[in-house]
Design a protein around this ligand. Structure first.
Ligand SMILES: Cc1cc2nc3c(=O)[nH]c(=O)nc-3n(C[C@H](O)[C@H](O)[C@H](O)COP(=O)(O)OP(=O)(O)OC[C@H]3O[C@@H](n4cnc5c(N)ncnc54)[C@H](O)[C@@H]3O)c2cc1C
Length: 400
């Protein structure tokens, strides 16, 4: 197939941009004509700006993927914070107790478990590389209708213009308009939790450790930032998230100090605040003829294990490889049997992670005393489990 294969990527978040770049760098890049559209403003990072509220724990394996795309060096130079240890404990125990889950990079012979990175920085690095290539990127362009026409989809933008790509990639987030318009249903798990997010200045050094304490309403995490602050993500009831948003700086910081059991001493307010309602859902299908879903459009997971962006970036890598292989073999990558190769490679892995995370959330968000004892015993056992723990860490590192 020597003609240009038209691909429209709906959504210029981390995942949509990563698909575009992976396609461009793949073997069949000269056969692809790629367009990216996004409803929002173009994200821009500058080193002088305040650390963004939205940060992600990026596993080492995902950082390697970004490195192979040529994006990691500029990200790492700009502003990332490696985390070498992870400590996870239950409100009924203490951080020094035997049941605390401990992951230490040195135990697994890796320099770090991952990095805390601003989402906007990843987007900015991917965009800089795409700018230098032959990709049409259009921000402030909302898709307002998607209609099936034969084996393709006609996409209409807010300004009335239309496009009929040979492959439409829905990378438009958890409320995906593309997914809903194509009639792909999702399986949802309801939990009334909202993530309250802010930056805090800890009294004690964060020691490049990611801390997470499970409370009855949900986990609270302190993630290290390069300037010594910590980014906190507290998943709790919508009411408590609202209370935290409206509290004075001192009240909010003291609630967080208490929630984290003063593990880093007294915490002080040191940044903007925000809240995000959480979803747990999985698309029943990732692909149709002429259409594929990636990232949060396909699966939204609770942030407690820091996996959403990591899973989405893995989708991006696999989908781009499937498309490139098909083009190289003279096949049509928009055909369902081809796209099913991507679905088969990613759906089971994403589903396992989603169920694992939902299970953890349910297990810990429970005040029953016998269950708390069982949990503690299970965590202590897991700490001593050798190969099982190693396997879990490899999955979390994104190298399995
Ligand atoms: C509080 C919190 C903490 C998290 N922490 C972590 C973490 O530590 N590690 C981790 O791996 N993950 C984490 N995640 C998950 C991670 O943020 C998401 O998985 C990731 O951002 C999904 O990226 P995406 O590109 O698929 O979707 P999005 O980032 O949602 O991007 C979708 C894009 O589509 C665009 N769009 C939507 N509708 C339209 C339309 N109609 N037309 C055109 N464009 C459209 C939007 O403007 C947006 O830019 C966290 C999530 C939350 C809420």
């Amino acid at each position: 197939m020597n003609r240009e294969f038209d691909i429209l990527i709906a959504g210029g978040g981390m995942v949509g941009l990563a698909v575009a770049l992976a396609l461009l760098q793949g073997d069949a890049s000269d056969q692809c004509k790629i367009t990216v559209v996004d409803a929002g403003k173009r994200p821009a990072f500058s080193p002088g700006q305040e650390v963004s509220l939205r940060v992600s724990a990026i596993a080492s394996g995902t950082a390697s993927q970004l490195a192979s795309l040529g994006a990691w060096d500029s990200i790492a130079e700009a502003r990332v914070c490696p985390y070498r240890d992870m400590k996870v404990w239950d409100a009924t125990g203490s951080v020094e107790g035997p049941e605390t889950l401990r992951f230490d990079a040195a135990d697994f012979a890796v320099p770090q478990l991952g990095f805390i990175v601003e989402n906007i920085l990843i987007q900015d690095a991917l965009l800089s590389l795409l700018d230098a290539a032959n990709v049409s990127i259009n921000f402030e362009t909302r898709i307002r209708s998607v209609q099936k026409c034969g084996n393709r989809y006609v996409v209409e933008y807010g300004n009335g213009e239309t496009m009929t790509p040979e492959l439409l990639i829905g990378a438009d987030g958890a409320s995906s308009f593309v997914r809903n318009s194509a009639g792909i249903t999702v399986r949802s798990w309801q939990f009334p939790q909202t993530a309250f997010v802010t930056h805090l200045q800890p009294e004690l050094s964060h020691r490049n450790t990611a801390w997470q304490r499970f409370l009855a309403n949900g986990p609270v995490a302190l993630l290290p930032l390069r300037d010594g602050r910590v980014s906190t993500v507290w998943t709790t009831t919508p009411e408590q998230a609202e209370e935290l948003l409206n509290a004075t700086d001192d009240q909010m910081a003291s609630l967080l100090t208490e929630a984290t059991d003063s593990v880093l001493g007294n915490l002080s307010a040191a940044g903007p605040r925000g809240s995000f309602p959480l979803k747990s859902q999985h698309a029943d299908r990732y692909v149709l003829d002429g259409l594929a879903l990636v990232g949060d459009a396909a699966h939204a997971v609770h942030p407690l294990a820091g996996q959403g962006a990591n899973l989405g970036l893995a989708d991006a890598r696999v989908l781009a490889a499937v498309i490139a292989e098909a083009l190289a073999a003279g096949e049509h990558p928009g055909d369902l049997p081809i796209l099913r190769r991507y679905e088969r490679a990613r759906k089971v892995a994403n589903k396992s992670m989603l169920h694992f995370i939902n299970g953890l959330n349910r297990l810990f968000s429970n005040e029953s005393t016998p269950l708390a004892r069982l949990r503690g015993a299970g965590m202590a056992l897991f700490n001593r489990s050798g190969p099982i723990k190693e396997y879990a860490v490899q999955v979390a590192l994104g190298i399995r």
